[in-house]
Design a protein around this ligand. Sequence first.
Ligand code: ZN
Length: 658
Amino acid sequence: MESLWNDAEAARYVTDVALRVYTSRLLGRDSTLVLHGGGNTSVKAKSRNAVGEAEDILHVKGSGWDLETIEEAGFAPVRTAHLLKLARLEALSDPQMMNELATQVTRAGAPAPSVEAILHAILPYQYVDHTHADALLAITNTPDGERRAREIYGMDTVIVPYVMPGFDLARQCARQFAAEARADTIGMVLLNHGIFSFGATARESYERMIALVGRAEAYLARHGAWALPQPKADAGAPVLRLELARLRRDLSDSAGFALVLATHSAPKYLDFARRSDVAALSQQGPATPDHVIRTKRVPMLGRDVGAYAGAYRDYFNRHARPAKAPRTMLDPAPRVVLDPAFGMACAGRTARDARIVHDIYAHTVDVILRAAALGGYRALPERDIFDVEYWDLEQAKLKKAGASPVFAGEAALVTGAASGIGKACVEALLKRGAAVIGLDVNADVVQLMGGRVDFLGVRCDVTSERDVTDALEAGVRAFGGVDMLVLNAGVFPGGQRIDALKSEEWRRVMSINLDANLALMRECHPLLKLAPRGGRVVIIGSKNVPAPGPGAAAYSASKAALTQLARVAALEWGVDRIRVNTLHPNAVFDTAAWTDEVLAARAAHYGVSVEDYRKGNVLKVEVTSRDVAELAAELCGPLFAKTTGAQLPVDGGNDRVI
Ligand code: ZN
């Protein structure tokens, strides 16, 4: 554990709050300290309000912000004096506390202050840092964690037994701090939860955190509990896509909504899932209580979703009845699945949520293994975890949560995704909340969307069945299935009359525009059948199907055959709840094939201006890739829920078709 403080970098941050931003980001950069919204920081500063009064203000991390990327706007300024008065109350419910905090914020539009605001206020130091450091969690989640913490820190920290975060924890800390802190106290250990450090400057507080956590790491090393076991399993990749898609369907059915399922088969997870003591280790509970919101209390072992859901209902009933206020049960589906065949799979309402689950459980595995090496992993009793999972504040968020995007939790596969209509389809589907697998023969598809977690670009020659099955395997491992299939890849060869059309060229066009799509449909069918909300296929046909042109025999015939294939699929697959519809675009010029020169040449050929050529349709409108893509996405949505076997033109109206 090393300090990342850099004088040159720090010099760019001048005010107290700016320096608070800087060292908060330093904490956030280390995922062994904080993860995804975990931890919080604060600084106390004086300021003058609009009527000239001096006020002490606590700038504390606001909810919804990550330490790694926090800005000044991510800190809520709260009047310290009022927080100190609240700290002296005998009791305060969490909703009341949040109301008090909100009404003492001095900047309109600031985020809600952290639930730990009162705790930050009572610590008499200008800077306060709080993390959920892995090393501390490995030590305190053991049967004699408290003794170990005392052994490591002596009198340098106050050690607080586990109390639920919020007002009660602030009270407990205030009491203990008053009684136990000395002039040289530099931190506070919260057993089974995390650690605080504090100081007179941003650097001092931050570097004390690094030093305190460093001492915990050194302790683990001295006790042979720091080095993680060398991975043994072979990360070989058995074909599992149908099993994974079935598992995801079961998880989604249990949750009541579609879930993305991301599979992680690194040796670390295979080894963990195959340990003989995996049940004892993994069924204890999370390393720190707030992880429960993301991971549920325990992972599912194996694939019996019904049994997991039943046990979850029992857990809810055991603890909800004695609770003060009535509780609404969350969905009973697990978010982490451990299985000896594939290692770990993480479920989320979006690909991003599934990634967060992965990141948290990746650290949880390390914490568990280190605690086990130290003498046994022992998490908090399930009652404490339940209280955080069903906290008033979390339940309130649940009630406020808005509607999800239309394709949340679903996965779509688009061919020819690197450019033109395919790329526009990728964007239209992502915009509607789907995770997207983009296939293209052009390797640029891999980086098409930068590093977005909800997009997987796979280089794939769709005429190679091996490429296609490999891509499907990768896609299902990334997102758990294929719910929507957009068959767009195709070639449009230059004008060739039949009397000059070579059989080779005919076969080339047929193999890409027709045969490849048969293989894709056949291989995707079992996945589409497992789609939690029913499968959907959109075929990008062509105006040439109803209105062919001379010189395009191979193209027109291939698209006509593809259209017929789609109609038969609609008939055969309706029983499997799979809808198959076809779009017939025409004159979509914003694609790679249509350079300005080609466009000018074609316009000249017909003796019209480029403008007239572009808009040569009944409505006199230009048809863009985006127009086609938006309709393709809508065809997969609820508007067309009862439409299958249809063919829709997207061509601005064509007098030969009409
Ligand atoms: Zn915390």
